[in-house]
Ligand binder design. Structure first.
Ligand code: BGC
Length: 712
């Protein structure tokens, strides 16, 4: 019988029983559980599988629960130590119930709803045997050429941080060992969202200050919320590939932030070190990554191929291996896999795509769709309108509404936009439909009382490896619109997109514009709800919309320059062929209601460091319709030792207001909200004047000031 040493946990005891080969096997994650190598499972040479590829297209009866249980049984019953496998997947915006893409979810400014959607995704994915999810992606995206802006939560570190926490809590809940929970993996650590030219995987050059103030906060928020794992990114940051970035993986993540979870490489990233030319051979790549803090190797196989030998020849210490193995075993333990390794196959039959899940998808889509303009209050349209033409390339689309990362979404689950509209309008209304081709669209539009043109980009234009240099509308769409515009019929443009497209030319031909991102399975119904006024739009832009691709990067919190843009002064910060303002600013979004802001109060007006600042404002719905407003609080440090951002979002709150109603909104700011990164050391605040703005977006609202006093 094994004797437990004092202070030893069960996992330490297990570790003592493991051979070196079995230990290294725990660091080796492979892909493709369907063709899994049973010998590798039996001998303990694999820790688990990234589930893939999707099966439903080939075999509707395929059961992931049965498949994962069968493999798990081999691990638990036939391997020497019976260590369970871990199964992972990318469940990025829903599992079988597909929600709007993350960028669309960010537009809701509703972390609670986002948390609920993540909880549903966890329930569905875990019912099919998934334990570990490669989400949330919390990379700040300020360059819409980069296709992965679709997978993130926009340009702003504060908004992205709130979403990061919500997602971690939604996936993991209070008890990760509950069968309906999955482990989060926050990615891609760090600053992956700023590649040169927006080209996915390209080098990133960001200053320490920008890294600290912009790119790292969402990761820290996710870690604070208890994220069980972190994925290192594929790129090099200021010359150091993230898979060997000891300073960030250890110095910041472990030492500064106290992260105790698992660090995994991105797909094949250990092998990529050869192509980065920081490792001369495979063995060196494995050593460098492990020493930098990558505990699990995702699919490159190099740990498994080389680490045993490298320990035997003394290049790698056994302590390092043991510590990585403990990281993996701890995650499996937290997930409860040692106690309940199998998934109940009944759950797969009952918990996917339930009516309640669909209802959440509809609510999320309603809150993800931003009303950019609404000339002459064209929207909402009357349900008993005589005829409406629903035209454009995505009018009848199903699969295209799903968006970029939808391994488990199925086109047949989707309500198309034309179907959503047909369900919503009166029986007398004629829906003239489906003008996918420009000529038929124009012919159909001619016959209608209003036109709904569904435009934008196909989801394959966004997501991983989908960099686009021309982020305007795809060819043909403007031409179609310009022909429709000749008839002087009211036109509603619905834009589906995975990024901030440059859509300025479209505004000439559109009375109303709804920017919907890719809205998921219930997008069609949610849009009809908005267009015909069942709900009032409430979303706000989580990214700045540029006027033209050449304006990129453009974001609301740019630093104050010595030559602020002035239209008539030549030697100022701007392009001379285009206004310096965006097409629509961050935070922008209209409602069918109108809101006014008044009575801003800040207390104290003279504050000492460490004292909270309370901000109160009154918001009034001045219209005859109810509506929801997202009240946003921005600050501006008037003078400090490093050029500050022009404005910074610090708080937001969604409030529902009945027609004519008022509400007082209260925000509390802490000293930490006023700080900035002091190069090479830490956060600090400086005394002086701060301006606050409470408003409907990053440009409007009411302002007031307070002063942070010198410390005695
Ligand atoms: C992506 C990750 C993803 C992983 C596994 C990589 O190519 O960068 O975001 O989680 O593949 O699918």
């Amino acid at each position: 019988m094994e004797i437990k040493e004092p202070g030893e946990t069960d996992l330490h005891k297990l570790l003592r029983q493991m051979t070196l080969e079995e230990k290294v096997g725990q660091l080796n994650l492979l892909h493709g559980a369907v063709d899994a190598d049973h010998t590798a499972i039996r001998t303990g040479a694999v820790t688990g599988y990234l589930l893939g590829p999707p099966r439903w297209e080939k075999d509707q009866a395929f059961s992931w629960a049965a498949q994962t249980n069968a493999l798990q049984r081999i691990a638990v019953e036939e391997s020497r130590l019976g260590i369970p496998l871990i199964f992972s997947r990318d469940v990025i915006h829903g599992h079988r119930t597909v929600f709007p893409i993350p960028l669309g979810q960010a537009a809701s400014f509703n972390p609670e709803l986002v948390r609920e959607c993540a909880e549903i995704a966890a329930r569905e994915a875990s019912a099919q045997g998934v334990h570990w999810n490669y989400s949330p992606m919390v990379d700040i995206g300020r360059d819409p050429r980069w296709g992965r802006v679709a997978e993130g939560y926009g340009e702003d570190p504060y908004l992205c941080s709130r979403m990061a926490e919500a997602l971690v809590r939604g996936y993991q809940g209070a008890d990760l060992s509950s069968p309906e929970r999955i482990a989060a993996c926050v990615k891609h650590f760090a600053a992956y969202g700023a590649p040169l030219g927006g080209r996915d995987y390209d080098s990133v050059e960001v200053s320490e200050r920008t890294l600290r103030e912009v790119y790292l906060p969402p990761f820290q928020a996710a870690v604070r919320a208890g994220a069980a794992s972190v994925m290192a990114a594929l790129h090099d940051l200021n010359g150091v590939p993230m898979s060997i970035n000891h300073a960030l993986l250890h110095g910041v993540l472990r030492t500064e932030w106290g992260f105790t979870g698992l660090v995994v490489s991105d797909w094949g990233a250990v092998a990529d070190l050869l192509k980065h030319r920081v490792a001369g051979d495979e063995a060196q790549a494995a050593v460098l990554a492990l020493q930098a803090g990558i505990e699990m190797d995702m699919v490159s196989g190099l740990y498994n191929k080389h680490l045993v030998e490298l320990v035997r020849d003394g290049t790698v210490s056994l302590e390092l291996i043991d510590s990585a193995v403990l990281g993996v075993l701890t995650l499996k333990k937290k997930l409860g896999l040692f106690e309940h390794p199998y998934v109940d196959p009944e759950r797969e039959k009952t918990q996917l795509l339930t009516p309640a899940n669909r209802e959440h998808a509809r609510r999320m889509a309603q809150q993800s769709c931003v009303l950019l303009q609404n000339k002459n209050s064209l929207l909402p349209l009357a349900r008993d309108i005589r005829s409406v033409a629903v035209v454009g390339p995505f009018a009848e689309s199903k699969a295209e509404l799903l968006g970029t990362w939808t391994l488990d979404g199925q086109a047949e689950d989707v309500t198309s936009i034309i179907e959503g509209i047909r369900e919503t309008v009166s029986q007398q209304t004629r829906v003239i439909g489906g003008g996918m081709h420009p000529e038929s669209a124009v012919a159909m539009a001619q016959e209608a009382d209003a036109v709904i043109a569904v435009l934008g980009e196909h989801p394959t234009r966004s997501g991983e490896a989908a960099t686009f240099s021309n982020i305007g509308l795809p060819p043909g769409q403007l031409e179609m619109l310009s022909q429709i515009a000749q008839f002087e019929i009211p036109v509603v443009c619905v834009v589906l997109a995975g990024r901030a497209l440059a859509i300025e030319p479209l505004r000439r031909f559109a009375d109303a514009v709804l920017y919907c991102f890719h809205p998921g399975i219930e997008g069609g119904r949610a849009l009809a709800d908005i267009i015909f006024g069942t709900v009032s739009p409430s979303a706000k832009l989580p990214v700045t919309l540029p006027r033209a691709p050449g304006q990129i990067p453009i974001y609301y919190s740019q630093r104050s320059t010595g030559r602020p843009p002035e239209r008539t002064a030549r030697y100022t910060t701007k392009a001379i062929d285009i206004p310096s303002t965006p097409l629509y600013p961050f935070g922008w979004g209209l409602s069918y209601a109108q809101f006014s802001y008044s009575n801003l109060r800040i207390s104290p007006e003279l504050a000492t460091d460490g004292q909270s600042i309370i901000v109160l404002a009154t918001i009034t719905n001045t219209s005859p319709s109810p509506g929801t407003e997202t009240v946003q609080l921005y600050i501006r440090d008037e003078v400090r030792s490093t050029a500050p951002p022009q404005w910074e979002l610090k708080r937001f709150l969604r409030i529902e207001l009945a027609a004519g109603a008022s509400s007082e909104v209260a925000f509390e700011l802490a000293s930490a909200d006023l700080g900035f990164w002091q190069h090479g050391s830490s956060w600090r605040t400086e005394p002086g004047l701060f301006t606050l703005r409470v408003g409907p977006d990053s440009q409007g609202g009411i302002t007031g000031q307070f002063k942070l006093l010198e410390q005695n």
